[in-house]
Design a protein around this ligand. Structure first.
Ligand SMILES: [Zn+2]
Length: 446
């Protein structure tokens, strides 16, 4: 090591060529103020270098330079620098470690990372082993789960039977909340995680917990307790005799709420309304309970009106977009209260092109003969009829007499087709059969 009087850079020569040593010393030489004596450009021509090699890299290959003004915070050795700009004119604590300490630290970090990765592998393998012992008695699963599996199979066919799928593959399942529907099946143990098929990085450590990138998780159908193939399981599900009225109606409500919320999303996007998670949850629960009475397409019309009202509010003085958007949950609720109080007949909107029903809507539609225009009241009756629970003779008997009377009057006045149309209208508007009969009867008699 050689040290110039003013030089705070310690040089460790790796060459013995006197010409090269001279060049290196001139490169690093400074005056008493720490200014470099010669310009890099002036030094560049002194020695012939291979093409593409810069003076700095030529020198670095032949000499290690250490800055006396920077010491390693860990071992107090000098920090190696690569070029003039990394040198400090005054002593100062180094921000980085010296090369050796840095390497030690990197090695420790790498080792910790490797053992964490190995532990993750081990835990996932164990998880897979445990999962492979799980089986499901598909004849015992709920009606709602049967319908969801049938819809899922239709959305991702043939992947439910033939292998893994991700939430992204299930786009065709429902207009919204697809992840929630799949997670319901996962929680019921009907759909299992398959870490062996997931892309690397899907499962990762967050502190001492294993987290997952939800969208990358690969799922598969849980194996059948009777060892039937997934195809056979799906076929057996389509022969299901449904008995659980409440479960099916709740699934219809969940699905239909998704259908209305999707419409709300599209409308809000159109008018730049941004709703918070909490506001969306509030609206969803209002709409879900309104669906017990009304149809999806009627609620689309409510949403349409409210979103437009909020948009015009946003343009008013003292209002701004977030404030206007925040009125939407309350407006939807008040609007529905008014409709109910004043027996207003809601208009039905038709399904927008960019907003398909999804396979869950199709499956429900097929077993119940319903669609977005069927009122919740009607769906409830149809579910009860399908599941055979609502055939209590008293309900039918109560209506026997008024219906006979209504039909007699209708036939006598030769207005049976307009009576039937009016009946259909009232049912679509969300009224039940008893109300509709009474309402039409009154009009006929008056
Ligand atoms: Zn060190």
């Amino acid at each position: 090591m050689k040290k110039d009087l003013y030089m705070t850079i310690r040089l460790q020569m790796l060459t013995e060529d006197p010409k090269e040593i001279e060049l290196i010393e001139r490169y690093w030489a400074v005056d008493e103020f720490g200014q470099y004596l010669e310009k890099v450009s002036a030094l560049a021509g002194l020695i012939e270098m291979a093409q593409g090699v810069t003076l700095t890299s030529f020198i670095r290959q032949r000499c290690n330079a250490f800055d006396e003004n920077q010491v390693c915070p860990k071992c107090a050795e000098l920090i190696e620098i690569k070029n003039r700009s990394q040198a400090k004119k005054l002593p100062q604590p180094a921000i980085k470690l010296c090369t050796l300490c840095q390497k030690d630290q990197d090695d420790i970090a790498l080792e910790a990372k490797r053992s964490k990765a190995a532990e993750l592998e081990r835990q996932l393998a164990e998880f897979c082993r445990n999962q492979s012992t799980l089986t499901v008695d598909y004849s015992a699963i709920s009606d709602a789960h049967v319908l969801m599996l049938l819809a899922l199979d239709r959305a991702i066919t043939p992947r439910l039977a033939n292998g893994g799928f991700t939430i992204g593959d299930c786009r065709g399942l429902a207009p919204l909340y697809i992840g929630d529907f799949v997670l319901q099946l996962r929680e019921a143990g009907l759909v299992l995680d398959d870490p062996s098929k997931a892309r690397p990085g899907t499962y990762y450590w967050e502190g001492d917990e294993i987290w997952m990138v939800r969208d990358q998780v690969v799922y598969r159908l849980a194996p059948d307790a009777e060892s039937r193939s997934a195809d056979e399981v799906i076929r057996s599900l389509s022969d299901r005799v449904y008995t659980d009225a409440e479960g099916i109606f709740n699934l219809w409500l969940d699905y239909s709420a998704a259908d209305v919320m999707r419409y709300l999303g599209i409308q809000c996007e159109l008018y730049n309304h941004e709703l918070t998670e909490q506001e969306l949850e509030e609206i969803k629960s209002t709409l879900r309970s309104a669906l017990e009475t009304y149809s999806v397409s009627q609620l689309w019309s409510v949403v349409w009106k409210v979103v437009r009202d909020a948009a015009s509010l946003a343009n008013r003085e003292y209002y701004n977009r977030p404030k206007a958007a925040a009125t939407i949950p309350g407006k939807i609720r008040r609007n529905l209260e008014k409709v109910r109080r004043e027996s207003i007949e809601l208009k039905s909107w038709s399904r927008p092109d960019q907003h398909p029903a999804g396979t869950l809507g199709m499956v429900l539609g097929e077993i119940l003969s319903v669609d977005e225009n069927t009122s919740g009241h009607m769906v409830s009756s149809l579910v009860t009829w399908l599941t055979g629970q609502g055939c209590s003779p008293s309900v039918g008997a109560e209506l026997d007499e008024p219906i006979r009377e209504l039909m007699t009057i209708a036939l006598a006045h030769d207005v049976s087709s307009s009576v039937m149309l009016r009946f259909a209208e009232l049912i679509r508007a969300g009224h039940d059969v008893g109300f509709a009969i009474e309402e039409i009867g009154e009009t006929l008699r008056s």
